[in-house]
Design a protein around this ligand. Structure first.
Ligand SMILES: Nc1ncnc2c1ncn2[C@@H]1O[C@H](COP(=O)(O)OP(=O)(O)OP(=O)(O)O)[C@@H](O)[C@H]1O
Length: 338
């Protein structure tokens, strides 16, 4: 099973500019979580802080009991081996073919023989749908293939935690869904803990088990997908709709004069953009048939049902609705809203 990541009171600034403060959340082991947030809210800074590339000033980020923020260089080196990171563009070496790119971490960090390396590289290329493409150079393949190659490389050291920075950047909606399917299939196969940073609403609504959102320098919420997807929080609703109508403005939070001027335009009939109807909790994507069962889904059910009473009523209703009659009996809950 992947490692749990416990973040407590994490605060990061650059000089006088606070990026986010007091971020507290737990990425449940082996589950897929997503972090949303308007541009510039520090999602990439958060990923970099998790692997110790940036140092938050306050708080802790615990992985297997090691605090990434304060640990020694030696512990950081060891703990980083638990991570696989997929950067936006795949971060491949342009002069190396896909085989050598994917083999790179194995050659750098292990003493495995070339035949063992070949076995692992071909297996990871196969998992990511790149079998047969090992001789291609990054410049000869599509953006989607580059991302999948980056994922193959992130998988070679058997990570327990996989961080993904904006997997949809540069991809069309269909290719974004395909790479999301690969994430869920990888999760089913290796039970790693995933954190996906994204702006993509389709992905956020249908892929992760848990969702959080950074806004106004804080983590406004983090929890089971049903909580954010049924939230009445104006910034969350605006973000999901992709509309101009709401507190999020062009480059940051709107000031009251801008908000009033825009509101007058919208009331006079100007289209605020985005879509009106984002109500409800769409069905979650599953691992491809034939894959092992996602253990994270089973564990999440027990976990979420144990905290059900602490969740908002709309989220509770959707969670209970998603259970089979046998599960409702098992957890001793009934659909009382119909
Ligand atoms: N090394 C750094 N030094 C100073 N400021 C930085 C550094 N890295 C990031 N920042 C600032 O931190 C803020 C958040 O950046 P970040 O890239 O994490 O945002 P983001 O939420 O990932 O945005 P986007 O969705 O546009 O990628 C920005 O204002 C950026 O200028």
């Amino acid at each position: 099973m992947g490692a749990e990541v416990v973040v407590e009171g994490l605060t990061k600034s650059f000089g006088k500019q606070t990026i986010w403060r007091d971020v507290t959340m737990t990425l449940p082991a082996g589950e897929v979580s997503a972090l949303l947030g308007p541009s510039g809210t520090g999602k990439s800074v958060f990923l970099k802080s998790m692997i110790g590339l940036l140092k938050p000033e306050r708080g802790r980020c615990l992985i297997n009991g090691v605090d990434i923020v304060t640990c020694s260089e030696r512990q950081l080196y060891e703990t980083r081996k638990l991570f696989g990171v997929l950067f936006q563009d795949g971060a491949l070496f342009g002069s190396m073919n896909l085989f050598d790119n994917v083999a790179f971490p194995l050659r750098e960090h292990t003493r495995k023989s070339e035949s063992e390396i070949k076995r692992i590289v071909l297996e990871k290329l196969d998992i990511t749908g790149l079998a047969g493409a090992e001789k291609k150079l990054p410049g000869e393949i599509s953006g989607g293939m580059r991302k999948r190659a980056g994922l193959a490389r992130a998988l070679v050291l058997d990570p327990e935690i996989i961080l993904v920075d904006e997997p949809d950047s540069g991809l069309d909606p269909v290719r974004t869904t395909y790479i999301s399917q690969v994430f869920l299939d990888v999760n089913a196969q290796i039970d790693a803990t995933f954190l996906i940073v994204t702006h993509n609403i389709n992905l956020a609504r249908t892929v992760p088990d848990n969702i959080g959102m950074l806004y106004r320098k804080e983590l406004v919420m983090f929890g089971p997908r049903e909580v954010l997807l049924t939230s009445e929080e104006p910034a969350v609703k605006q973000f999901l709709r992709g509309s101009m109508d709401g507190p999020i403005g062009m480059s940051e939070e709107k000031d009251s004069a801008t908000a009033a001027a825009e509101q007058a335009l919208f009331e006079a009939g100007h289209h605020a953009g985005g879509v009106e109807d984002i109500s409800g909790v769409p069905e979650q994507m599953q691992a491809t048939p034939g894959m092992p069962e996602r253990q994270g889904v089973r564990r999440r059910k027990d976990r979420v049902m144990s905290i059900l009473h602490t969740l908002p009523p709309a989220a509770q209703r959707h969670i209970i609705d998603s259970l089979s009659p046998a599960e409702q009996h098992h957890y001793n809950v009934r659909q009382v809203w119909r």
